[in-house]
Design a protein around this ligand. Structure first.
Ligand code: GAP
Length: 557
């Protein structure tokens, strides 16, 4: 088995006989054997399931890739002893996501500086959240990991950072003015406002049923609510108004006058900034179809029912790719990006049992979509959409072409064929995936000797702090601080001299720091330090001048 470090989602197995067929063909040069796993990287073995390390099959673009019997055997013989060892050392394999409490995760985020309530000193503003010192590092690392795999290492994709405020015609063309609506109903008794589809879905969840309401007519929803005697979650009465449409776009005014001619919108998705720049990007980057454009940025939706911490908010960040391809090849690419997105999550340590792919029923599809699959994640409050992957056909480019009067067609330089490209769109919420990764990484462990700890098993590349430098005694501050100064030129580090060493380890475990570096009195003599691994809690002695190389290896992504 060759472990491939050359392509998009290292490390995974290379297909020894790439078929060379579009769309999955990729350069295999530079494929080098990946070094053996070290005990420090043990957690990745445990969090990555076997097939997470397999590339999308070249020969079967629609498939998800299957592990050979041989590699199954090698997985069992190589990793099972390590897994058992880990189990023995840490007292468990980790908690199920449904056993994790949102309250505890939110408390950890607030207490340790990941996420605070927005505008707190003024009593807050409902459902707004501010990322604190650790949160901003963590979220930036998640965005960097996405950009690395979707732009930097992609032979197909380029990036964009377009404006939030766009010409209002954009939203007429995209269909957002006409149909970006939620079905809203008010409780006549307590005046609270609800989404009809959500009332139905929540009611079904409570009865352990699964219902997908997307695509239902208003009359069907109203009938269901009446027949099932669904009550207002706030006051318990069943006295609702009729359902009406509520547009989710935030309106504002550009310039000094506040009339309809100066009315503009805060973008509800980043995608449209990509579509309106299609020609600019294609011309200036000289990209040929197939190619993609990726963008990370803020989006705004006046959600009727925001909630579940950073899961659904009115201001959020999206990481979107619009991938343009030839009509007829779209479904192949659709499958390709589905596999790719799933592998991105697995390679960052998200557990496979906590994600599932859900295909949209025909009646549920958006007006622009031919096929959509959601990657759903098991949050403590149940399965929720994490990543929407849609075949948007040529809908957007054609709409913008029609409304702007500018041709957005593509001419194939070799065949001179002229067509409007189809578009595959994997669209991921940055805040939502931050929450999913936090939930997956969160663990409470009982340790030997009756001790316990809370630990975040974050992939080292995502951890906000990469290494903590801990002098064993305050008398060693000067020398230990020198190590901090040197390492912090390259890595986000923390220097902590307060409290017992055990307490300092626990503090770092709780924020997911993969490596603790302890400087003791022997360090003065042997120029070595003790490094402690967050997941195995194993300690080893290494030379101070090897620390940088060591951390670089730990952080490989
Ligand atoms: N351009 C397509 C699009 O925006 P979407 O399914 O509406 O599709 C894509 O949104 C992703 O954006 C979702 O899967 C989710 O991760 C994230 N998202 C959507 N609304 C959100 C909200 N109110 N708060 C946080 N994340 C949200």
């Amino acid at each position: 088995m060759i472990i491939c470090n050359c392509t998009l989602l290292a490390p995974y197995t290379c297909d020894p006989q790439p078929c060379g067929q579009p769309p999955i063909e990729r350069a295999q040069d530079g494929c080098t054997p990946q070094r053996h796993f070290r005990s420090l990287r043990l957690f990745t073995l445990l969090t990555r399931r076997s097939d997470s390390r397999i590339a999308p099959t070249h020969a079967t673009p629609a498939g998800t890739g299957r592990r050979s019997e041989e590699s199954h055997l090698s997985f069992l013989t190589n990793y099972i002893p390590l897994i058992l060892y880990y189990h023995m050392k840490t007292g468990g394999f980790g908690m199920n996501n449904t056993d994790k409490s949102m309250e505890k995760i939110v408390a950890l985020c607030k207490g340790r500086g990941f996420v605070y309530s927005g505008s707190e000193i003024y009593g807050g503003l409902a459902n707004t959240w501010d990322y604190g010192p650790l949160g901003v590092e963590f979220k930036n690392n998640v965005k960097k990991a996405w950009w690395k795999k979707f732009v930097q290492e992609s032979p197909y994709n380029v990036g964009l950072d377009s404006a939030i405020l766009m010409n209002p015609q954009t939203w007429v063309a995209s269909g957002h003015i006409g149909s970006f609506n939620d079905p809203l109903m008010d409780c006549k008794d307590c005046k609270s406002r609800h989404r009809a589809d959500k009332l139905i879905e929540d009611n079904a969840n409570e009865n352990n049923e699964s219902i997908v309401v997307d695509g239902w007519e208003h009359s069907k929803m109203k009938e269901y609510i009446d027949e099932n005697n669904i009550k207002c979650p706030k006051c318990g009465s069943a006295n609702f108004t009729d359902i009406r449409e509520f547009n989710l776009m935030f309106k504002t005014f550009q310039g000094v006058t506040e009339d309809s001619s100066s009315q503009i919108y805060l973008r509800p998705e980043t995608a449209q900034g990509i579509f309106v720049n299609f020609k600019n990007i294609q011309r200036t980057s000289r990209k040929k179809i197939p190619f993609g454009v990726a963008q990370i940025g803020k989006s705004f939706r006046n959600e009727i029912t925001p909630g579940n911490f950073i899961f659904r908010t009115r201001e959020f960040e999206q990481m979107e790719l619009e991938f343009f391809c030839k009509p007829g090849e779209d479904l192949e690419w659709f499958n390709y990006w589905k596999d790719y997105c799933k592998l991105w999550l697995l390679n960052l340590g998200v557990k496979e049992e906590n994600i599932r792919m859900r295909d949209h029923e025909d009646e549920e599809l958006s007006h622009y979509s031919k096929a959509t699959t959601d990657i759903e994640f098991m949050f403590p409050f149940g399965w929720g959409e994490l990543w929407g992957i849609a075949d948007r056909t040529d809908y957007d480019l054609k709409q913008h072409s029609e409304h702007s009067g500018q041709s957005l067609e593509y001419i194939d330089p070799t065949t001179n064929e002229k067509y409007t490209p189809y578009c595959i769109e994997p669209s991921l919420g940055a805040d939502r995936v931050v929450l999913a990764i936090l939930v997956d990484a969160y663990d409470e462990q009982e340790l030997e000797g009756g001790d316990s700890r809370t630990v975040l098993h974050l992939h080292p590349t995502l951890a906000p702090i990469k290494a903590a430098i801990l002098p064993l005694s305050k008398k060693l501050n000067k020398e230990a601080f020198e190590i901090y100064e040197n390492l912090s030129k390259k890595f986000m580090c923390e220097y902590d001299e307060a409290g017992s060493i055990g307490k300092r380890y626990r503090r770092q475990d709780e924020i997911g720091t993969p490596v603790c570096i302890t400087f003791d009195f022997d360090s003065l003599e042997d120029n070595s330090v003790t490094i402690r691994d967050r997941d195995t809690m194993e300690q080893q002695r290494i030379k101070i001048d090897e620390l940088e190389k060591y951390l670089e290896e730990v952080l490989v992504y």
